[in-house]
Write a protein that binds this ligand. Structure first.
Ligand code: ZN
Length: 141
């Protein structure tokens, strides 16, 4: 899903409680993660909206992107360059490498599959199982 920032911010123009003008503001981003705060100066209502859940301290979308790149066997540099070229919030190559080392490669031991080709598929299967165990639903693969 691609969501333009202008479209997203149009959902945070008014306070949901008192209906007064209360524009949200982009509080922070972390790779594909986006957080928007809304603080109503009229009634004091406050909320913080996040576009994705976390798995421990890692935004799930960032980890999914790294897993998708790795298990598809494609170039992280090219994929991330494409996303950046269209101004998508995305992870850096360094983050991809950290995810690969910290989460993805340890998930699959080399002696469990006959070759690297099988490792990509097995990695994808395990990643999906892990995400489902965290109650994260994938709609398209
Ligand atoms: Zn209000």
């Amino acid at each position: 899903m691609l969501v333009f920032m202008s479209s997203l911010m149009s959902l945070f123009t008014h306070c949901p409680m008192c209906k007064e003008n209360s524009p949200g503001r982009l509080r922070r981003t972390m790779g594909t993660f986006v957080e928007i705060d809304q603080n109503c100066k009229h009634c004091g209502f406050q909320r913080s909206w996040q576009n994705q859940p976390f798995i421990d301290k890692t935004p799930a979308g960032n980890l999914l992107l790294s897993a998708g790149i790795l298990f598809a066997g494609t170039s992280p540099t090219k994929v991330l360059r494409v996303l950046k070229s269209i101004n998508c919030y995305t992870i850096t190559t360094r983050t991809f490498l950290n995810h690969q080392k910290k989460f993805l490669q340890p998930a699959i031991k080399n002696n469990e599959v006959p070759s690297s080709v099988h490792m990509e598929k097995e990695g994808l299967v395990r990643c999906v199982q892990f995400l489902e165990s965290e109650n994260l639903v994938m709609k398209t693969l």
